[in-house]
Design a protein around this ligand. Structure first.
Ligand code: ADP
Ligand code: MG
Ligand code: MG
Length: 252
């Protein structure tokens, strides 16, 4: 049973403290959403959890099924089942989408147990169809010249193919029109599983109309300042963040 625990996580970038003590516990089967104003450290949290070298973790712990995630390299984290769909996915020239996906899948498998090419292609084609992606995207260089929405769909394709245990989606809804949003949300919902946890970072409540979270957290100034159920997201959409600040006596 997947259990992902973050305790007192602090992280700095270029010497500036961005995360000021984050606590989270996500179990298999749960969807947690993090909402918060721009610049509060949501993407920093996602990157720090994945081990991006730009972010220095200065305190706290992260564990996945009791194993120390902070001790793991980026590759080891992926192998342990962590996955991040980035807010700004990078382009990789010279590597096709299909090559990238196949090596990502095989990186999580034991040597000698790699996915067969036929099976891989069949799976990829099926998932691309579900996401209503043009088949030619399999052979395009990773994210190169993809529109914002195409990049987001492609991140979801990666998630569906890699079958991670803990999925972090960073503003996967930004830049999506309503049809694309529904397709992406269906992709996520199809991956809901007893043994898979989700951390969905979003600026807007809109996505949460399609993906029902179990827990909603509000992040401000590098801390989770409030947690609740889906009704919290609805209130934030309606009233903004000021009432949370007032309630907590935060001034900025
Ligand atoms: P959010 O995702 O909530 O909008 P971010 O995590 O992207 O917030 O950013 C949090 C803070 O960290 C911001 O003040 C931002 O300017 C700063 N920050 C993020 N990345 C960098 C970076 N590469 N260099 C310097 N500051 C950064
Ligand atoms: Mg932002
Ligand atoms: Mg961000």
């Amino acid at each position: 049973m997947t259990k992902f625990v973050v305790e007192g996580l602090k992280a700095t970038i270029e010497g500036k403290e961005i995360l000021k003590g984050i606590d989270l516990e996500i179990k298999g089967g749960e969807i947690h959403a993090i909402m918060g104003p721009n610049g509060t450290g949501k993407s920093t949290l996602a990157s720090a959890l994945m081990g991006h070298p730009k972010y220095e973790v200065t305190d706290g712990s992260v564990s996945m099924n009791g194993e120390d995630v902070l001790e793991m390299s980026v590759d080891e984290r992926a192998r342990a089942g962590l996955f991040l769909a980035m807010q700004y996915p990078s382009e990789i020239a010279g590597v096709t989408n299909s090559d990238f996906l196949r090596s990502a899948i095989n990186a999580r498998r034991e040597e000698g147990n790699e996915i067969s090419l036929i099976k891989f292609i069949r799976q990829m084609e099926g998932k691309m169809k579900e996401l209503e992606m043009n088949p030619e995207f399999a052979h395009r260089y990773l994210n190169e010249g993809f529109s914002g929405g195409e990049k987001k769909r492609n991140e979801i394709l990666q998630m569906m193919m890699i079958e991670p245990k803990l999925v972090i989606l960073d503003e996967v809804d930004s830049g999506l029109d309503i049809d694309a949003l529904r397709i992406v949300a269906n992709g996520v919902n199809s991956m809901r599983d007893e043994d898979r946890g989700f951390l969905i970072i979003t600026h807007y409540q809109r996505l949460l109309n399609y993906i029902k979270p179990d827990v909603v957290h509000v992040m401000m100034q590098g801390r989770i300042v409030k947690s609740g159920g889906p009704e919290l997201a609805e209130r934030l959409e309606r009233d903004g963040y000021d009432w949370v600040k007032e309630e907590l006596g935060i001034t900025d």
